[in-house]
Design a protein around this ligand. Structure first.
Ligand code: MIG
Length: 628
């Protein structure tokens, strides 16, 4: 059963697609006092959900915030990451799902202040609350997903392997990636273009020194089997004579300050303006700009910096230069030195800036801080609405960094700037079910880690997990050690693992399509499939993938294997040096040896395997063998 409770929302977020009449019945489970929703959890209750966040699959014991944040340190003490996914699924004495449709900062204290209390605090009482009850955990998720609408389905090539790096600058850099993978026989479908392909970081431009014949280059790479996937940033450089800026400025399509002047912020291109994605006309205008790249043969994009991330604002920066003068010539003690240093560091993503610019939504004018979590979502929607018109015959690959529930209909997301840390393999695994609950099926993390130095063993283990994530992209930040599958000398082990991904695509893509069509989860915690098994409830480092597969990846350094739990008898499938074997394993706990370079997973029934292929286009879906 699905019930809607309404507390004077000020605008339609667009998260839900079904019109549900507001019920007169009192809100169940929660008491509501002074703008705080409280629910007393039974001792055994698990709390699932909250999409992209830190910590375990069971969210109990920590405090989270729905607040889209550009934060490149995904440590346990954080409360929010790039997405705001306000859905919880409680499974204890009561079983229910609850969605808080609220466009700005909201706090979820899941037994952090009081171990048995769940409290949810929106800043203002302008929201809708949906409560879903009845049936299994899977039934509740299905009902929620039918409320928020169908998940985005990417083209088949998006299930291939992608190589990315901030720091590939020229056409030659991209060609070298293609050559190296070809030479090593490592399958590859996508090569990503980060901000350096642009002219001075201006959206919808191409640096013609670095790509003298961009259109020809895109075509040549396509004929070799590679899709080039450029990045688009949210903010538009303020530069007279740059048509995107000129048009946006003239038509009033940028966010404005309290006086109606364009609000100017510093991001990669320097002083820039923020397209007002909440204004339907501005949204349609920005989306149409992707044409420059689709006309050049581009069929996929990633949207970045759309929390929106702000390094500083023009106003705050000039105030900071004024403030810093006050310190000059003085003898600073430690505290005043630190406050001097903070004059600049505190400028980034500041609440004060978010409170200083405005949107023109259909419902009226809103200060950004009241609608913050919709920005990335509406950018994704702007892009996909246009891409459906620009490329009507084929789906376009699209994923975003920031998101809100609703964005899952228009694109996927990646999980942002993680690190080359072993703990981040596990974190990525633990984020997947929560994201899937909220409709984000096309998702994955930066394989090998974005910041920090990746090692050969880390990349092998990370890939062994990530061959199961729909988005499978190796990406890292500028200045780091190279971490391509071709960067660590011997490439054989990498080739075998990535080849296995391609062999599994008929199963993985098939299960993905089923999950999207039937409003189901592609990745599930074991407890969703084995509700009556108390041991399954505690497993936080294994996942079900589709109907018939279970993964239990190794995520610790120098481990030669790991402990696993089988909720029922299954087949252990092992890929070792390209050879695939299968043996039955009985229900219960086991230690499984997984030498570096081997991949081990489990099946319940037959799995189709394609022949090895160098890319998705050459996969033969008619010639399958079966294993398990
Ligand atoms: O401030 O475009 O998360 O994937 O490589 C950093 C450069 C901006 C952040 C993205 C990352 C991308 C990087 N971007």
């Amino acid at each position: 059963m699905l019930q809607k409770y309404s507390y004077s929302p000020k605008l339609r977020t667009g998260a839900v697609v079904r019109d549900i009449p507001v019920t007169d019945a009192p809100l169940p489970y929660f008491s509501l006092e002074d703008g705080v929703f409280s629910y007393r959890m039974s001792d055994d209750a698990c709390v699932y959900g909250l999409g992209e966040s830190v910590r375990g699959i069971n969210k109990r014991g920590w405090i989270y915030e729905g607040w889209c944040s550009d934060d490149p340190f995904h440590t346990e003490d954080k409360r929010s990451l790039y997405g705001a996914h306000n859905f919880l699924l409680i499974d204890g004495a009561d079983r229910f799902g609850v969605f808080f449709d609220y466009p700005t900062r909201i706090t979820f204290d899941v037994g952090y202040s009081d171990p048995s209390l769940l409290t949810v605090t929106p800043g203002k009482m302008n929201l809708d609350v949906y409560i879903i009850t009845g049936g299994s955990l899977k039934d509740i998720v299905r009902e929620f997903r039918s409320l928020i609408g169908k998940s985005y389905i990417p083209p088949l090539f998006a299930f291939g392997y992608g190589q990315s790096r901030w720091g590939y600058v020229t056409e030659q850099d991209i060609t070298a990636v293609a050559d190296n993978h070809e030479k090593a026989g490592i399958p590859l479908d996508m090569i990503y273009l980060d901000i350096d392909y642009m002219d001075s970081f201006k959206d919808f431009t191409v640096n013609r020194e670095r790509y003298p014949d961009f259109e020809g280059f895109v075509k040549r790479m396509r004929s070799r089997g590679f899709h080039l996937i450029p990045i688009i940033d949210a903010a538009v450089k303020r530069e007279e004579g740059y048509s995107v800026y000129d048009e946006g400025h003239e038509k009033g399509f940028f966010c404005t300050d309290e006086n109606g002047e364009d609000y100017v912020v510093g991001v990669w291109p320097g002083m820039s303006c923020l397209p007002d994605f909440l204004d339907p006309e501005a949204s349609a205008w920005f989306g149409e700009k992707y044409r420059v790249l689709t006309d050049a043969g581009i069929d996929g994009f990633w949207n970045d910096m759309n929390e929106p991330a702000l390094f500083y604002s023009e106003k705050a920066l000039s105030a900071a230069f004024h403030d810093i003068k006050g310190y000059e010539g003085k003898t600073l003690d430690a505290l005043s030195y630190f406050s001097a240093r903070d004059v600049f560091t505190r400028l980034s993503n500041s609440q004060k800036d978010y409170e200083s610019f405005f949107h023109n939504a259909p419902e009226g004018r809103f200060v950004h801080s009241d609608v913050h979590n919709l920005y990335g979502y509406k950018m994704t929607e702007s892009a996909m609405n246009a891409l459906k018109k620009l490329r009507p015959d084929e789906p376009t690959l699209l994923f975003s960094r920031a998101s809100y529930i609703g964005a899952h209909r228009s694109g996927g997301i990646w999980t942002g700037d993680n690190h080359s840390w072993w703990s981040h393999i596990l974190q990525s695994l633990q984020q997947m079910p929560g994201l899937n609950m909220c409709g984000f099926l096309y998702t994955g993390s930066d394989i090998g880690g974005f910041n920090g130095a990746c090692t050969r063993d880390l990349l092998l283990r990370w890939l062994s997990f990530a061959i199961f994530t729909p988005l499978m992209r190796n990406h890292c930040a500028i200045g780091n050690r190279s971490q391509e599958a071709t960067a660590f000398g011997d490439t054989e082990a990498f080739r075998h693992i990535i080849e296995l991904r391609y062999r599994l695509i008929p199963y993985l893509y098939g299960e993905f399509l089923k999950a999207a069509e039937n409003d189901e989860m592609y990745f599930r915690p074991l407890s969703f499939d084995y509700e009556d098994d108390p041991a399954a409830r505690e497993i936080a480092d294994q996942l079900m993938v589709g109907d018939r597969l279970m993964i239990a990846p190794v995520y610790t350094q120098n481990a030669g294997g790991r402990n696993i739990y089988l909720p029922e008898d299954m087949n252990l499938i092992r890929m070792s040096a390209g050879e695939i074997t299968c043996e039955p394993v009985s229900q219960g706990r086991h230690y499984v040896s997984v030498p570096l370079g081997d991949v081990v997973f489990f099946s319940k029934g037959k799995l189709p395997l394609a022949d090895p292929a160098k890319n998705t286009a050459s996969l033969d879906f008619d010639r399958l063998t079966y294993i398990g």
